[in-house]
Design a protein around this ligand. Structure first.
Ligand code: GRG
Length: 296
């Protein structure tokens, strides 16, 4: 990873952590346990990749930093909610997340469910707040964009398709669609939101959206490679789960080599989408290499 990318990733993570800490309710009222549960999940760990995308995409157009940061925080809240719910016994039933016990292992199932609900709704409260953007129309676009990415035609649809498992079997097209919805939509919105806040042109928005599409798919394929070949010490979550549970993923269907090859193709294609931006897109281009070589 280039020193510059390392700096920008770290900076995005630090800024998001500080903003989240300031925005999340303090654990000192009657619902103290709920607030502690929110903070347990939201504040510690995570690559903060989605916020990085929003901040960097927006910076290409000199977008307002407060709007970018608050939007990035909202997106991270939705991402964290999805991880909490995905780990629940009724879904993937996982014990480890970001190198620590999952939220339901630490706080119980009911509290984990509620903390996920709270983070999801809190995200929209943040976006709808005039502090995020002075223009109400922009706030509406951000709210509806995030809702579409996370909702019944986006991430939730992908998760439902994943849960149905058997229906997808080893059909590569259906599996690509499922992953596009489950993981890709939110990654897409992370990039799109930066372009939206930065008032990018339609052509610029399209190029960035295509970049995000390919990056999102490559990201998921790498996740499947990590499930097959990664180690818990690096990933901070259980590995070799899909094979053991008889779940299909890109690696179980195509094998390691073909998956790697596709990741390489998607990465090259993602970078090509950014060519019109020249050096302005350097961080987003470097991020592709980080995503495809990551070990966590
Ligand atoms: C429960 C509605 C609902 C959706 C869950 C995102 C998701 C859908 C499930 C997570 C399962 C999973 C491991 C998907 C693979 C891709 C992915 C989202 C990995 C985790 O994202 P990272 O690597 O996580 O960015 P960190 O911890 O770095 O934030």
């Amino acid at each position: 990873m280039s020193k510059e990318l390392e700096f920008h990733l770290k900076e995005a993570a630090e800024r998001v952590n500080i903003a989240l800490d300031a925005l999340l309710p303090r654990p000192d009222g009657p619902e103290e346990r709920l607030m502690r549960a929110l903070r347990y999940s939201a504040l510690d760990g995570g690559k903060r990749l989605r916020p990085f995308f929003t901040l960097e995409a927006g910076r290409m157009f000199d977008a307002d930093e407060t709007a970018l940061l608050r939007t990035a925080v909202a997106i991270e809240c939705v991402h964290t909610y999805s991880l909490i719910h995905d780990d629940l016994p009724c879904m993937d039933d996982d014990d480890l997340r970001r190198g620590r016990p999952t939220l339901h292992r630490e706080f119980g199932e009911a509290m984990a469910l509620l903390a996920g609900d709270a983070l999801l709704t809190f995200a929209f409260e943040i976006l709808a707040d005039p502090a995020t953007h002075r223009d109400p129309q922009m706030r509406c676009l951000l709210v509806s964009g995030l809702a579409r990415a996370a909702g019944p035609l986006g991430m939730v649809a992908g998760q439902a398709a994943d849960m149905e498992g058997g229906e997808i079997s080893s059909d590569l097209i259906a599996m690509t669609r499922m992953n596009r919805l489950k993981t890709g939509c939110l990654i897409n919105f992370s990039v799109d939101a930066g372009a939206l806040i930065g008032i990018a042109s339609d052509a610029e928005k399209l190029s960035l959206s295509r970049y995000a599409h390919d990056v999102g798919l490559a990201f998921q394929m790498v996740d499947d490679l990590l499930d097959a070949e990664g180690v818990v010490r690096d990933t901070g979550k259980a590995v070799k789960k899909d094979g053991a549970r008889g779940k299909v993923n890109f690696v179980t269907v195509m094998g390691v080599e073909a998956t790697r090859e596709r990741v390489g193709m998607l990465a090259a294609q993602a970078k090509r989408h950014l060519m019109p931006f020249g050096p302005r897109a350097r961080m987003l281009i470097d991020a592709v290499d980080f995503i495809i070589t990551r070990r966590y």
